[in-house]
Design a protein around this ligand. Structure first.
Ligand SMILES: [Zn+2]
Length: 200
C-alpha cells in the first residue's frame, strides 16, 4: 500500500516537473486588439478601427515555431472594463503583451507608431521587443518610418509583463484603411510572424 502511494506521489511530481519545463520553454504572446463591440474606437466613413483590426489580427500570424504561443485576447470583442481586460490578460501569464490599435492624426497616410509606458513592469524588455518589431515591420516600405512614443497608456501599466501598443496605420487617412484591408494585411502578417518567431 505504501509502495503504491509512493509511486503515485512520484508520478505526480514528475508530471509537475514536465509541465513546468514546458512553461519555461514556451514564450506566450497575448495580443490585445484594442476596442470591442461597443467601443469601436475611431470611426471614419462608416469604417471602424475595431472592424479593420478584427480582420487584420485574424490573419496576423503565419506559421510559428513550436515554442511561441500566441493568444488573441477577447476574439469576440465582448465589452469589458480596462480592469477586466488587464485581469484576463494577466491570467494568461503572458511573456509579452501587444495591444494593437490604429492611430488617428492629421499626419496623412503611412503612419505607424510603437507606444510604451515607462511604468510598465518590464519597460526595458518592452523596448527591446518593440525595437525588434520595428525592424521587422519596416521591411514593408509602406511603413518605412515607425515612431516610438512613451506615454501613460493605462493598460500597459496594469499588465504583469513587458507590453507595448502598436498603432498601425492612420484611421484618418483613407489610404491606410484601404492598405490594411487589401495587400497590406498580407505584408504586415508576414513581417509580424517573422518578429514572433524571432522572440525565442
Ligand atoms: Zn484605438
Amino acid at each position: 500500500m505504501k509502495k503504491y502511494l509512493l509511486f503515485v506521489l512520484l508520478s505526480i511530481v514528475s508530471i509537475n516537473v514536465q509541465a513546468n519545463c514546458e512553461d519555461l520553454n514556451t514564450f506566450t504572446v497575448v495580443i490585445d486588439r484594442g476596442h470591442d463591440n461597443v467601443d469601436k474606437g475611431a470611426i471614419v466613413d462608416d469604417e471602424s478601427e475595431f472592424d479593420i483590426l478584427s480582420s487584420l489580427v485574424a490573419e496576423i500570424t503565419g506559421e510559428l515555431t513550436s515554442n511561441i504561443k500566441v493568444i488573441y485576447h477577447n476574439p469576440t470583442g465582448s465589452r469589458m472594463t480596462l480592469e477586466e481586460r488587464a485581469a484576463q490578460i494577466n491570467a494568461l501569464k503572458p511573456d509579452l503583451v501587444i495591444s494593437i490599435h490604429m492611430g488617428f492624426s492629421d499626419n496623412g497616410p503611412r503612419q505607424a507608431a510603437i507606444v510604451l509606458n515607462d511604468k510598465n513592469m518590464g519597460f526595458e524588455k518592452s523596448k527591446e521587443h518593440a525595437s525588434s518589431l520595428i525592424t521587422h515591420l519596416s521591411k514593408d516600405a509602406y511603413f518605412s518610418t515607425i515612431r516610438t512614443e512613451v506615454t501613460g497608456v493605462a493598460l500597459l501599466e496594469k499588465v504583469n509583463a513587458p507590453a507595448f501598443m502598436l498603432e498601425i496605420g492612420n484611421m484618418n487617412a483613407s489610404r491606410d484603411r484601404y492598405y490594411l484591408q487589401s495587400n497590406g494585411s498580407k505584408r504586415v502578417s508576414l513581417n509580424f510572424t517573422a518578429f514572433l518567431n524571432d522572440l525565442n
